[in-house]
Design a protein around this ligand. Structure first.
Ligand code: ADE
Length: 229
């Protein structure tokens, strides 16, 4: 089964509405919806905001559904940290993902290194990535492929953007994708993220203005993605 993991209901609503997804269950803060229509069979999850909520949502999902998860796509909105390359309402499809707030540099590690696993970057699955790029183009949304950096912070200043761009080569920031990528990696599940850009300059204001439209475009891309199977 494919799993589309969102942070919150307002981001997922357009997709839930298109398919009239059925509410299945709540496990802790995770809400699981399912779609079983003709050949389409997938779940949409609301995992919560931030790295802990979103990554634990994958573990919870795995433990309560009785079929294997064949792929995970983290869907939602995100901020651009390089507005000249990635604009509002562009679709960013991850090539790899890092956690910009993980820092054991004082003991000699590179920034963002996940100790134990010994990785800074988790690669997105190539097949999912290519399909998402095509799906975005097909529905007229500009796809941009690049590194997504996640952390438990809403990024709103030039200083933060510069650090994340310089340190991780990231083009986009959110608060969930890379944490989910880590769990998917640990569980051996193919993973990619699709984020439509809500904010690029005046982050808090633009986020409020564009979140709804960005979520609608993300749903259009996922609809197309599902029809490409
Ligand atoms: N999600 C949407 N915009 C964001 C930003 N600027 N920082 C972190 N997460 C976001």
């Amino acid at each position: 089964m494919k799993a589309f993991i969102y942070a919150v209901e307002r981001e997922a609503k357009p997709l839930l509405d298109i398919f009239k997804a059925k509410f299945e269950k709540r496990v802790g803060q995770l809400e699981i919806y399912s779609v079983n229509k003709q050949e389409l069979h997938f779940c949409v999850c609301l995992g919560g905001i931030g790295k802990v909520a979103s990554s634990s949502s994958i573990s919870l999902l795995e433990s309560v559904i009785d079929e294997p998860i064949e792929e995970i796509i983290n869907v939602g909105v995100a901020g651009s940290i390089n507005p000249s390359k990635v604009g509002i309402l562009d679709a960013v499809i991850s090539t790899s993902l890092a956690q910009h707030d993980v820092d054991t540099t004082p003991v000699g590690d590179p920034a963002g290194l996940i100790s134990g696993i010994n990785k800074v970057y988790f690669d997105a699955d190539e097949n999912i990535r290519k399909k998402l790029v095509k799906a975005a183009s097909n529905v007229g949304v500009k796809p941009v492929e690049g590194i997504v950096a996640s952390g438990d912070q809403f990024i709103a200043t030039d200083e933060q953007r510069k650090r994340i761009s310089d340190t991780f080569g990231a083009i986009t920031v959110d608060m969930e994708a890379a944490a989910e990528a880590q769990v998917a990696y640990m569980l051996g599940i193919p993973f990619c993220s699709l984020k439509v850009i809500s904010d690029a300059n005046e982050h808090a204001k633009e986020y409020r203005e564009n979140e709804k439209k960005a979520a609608e475009l993300a749903a259009k891309i996922i609809l197309e993605y599902l029809q490409m199977d």
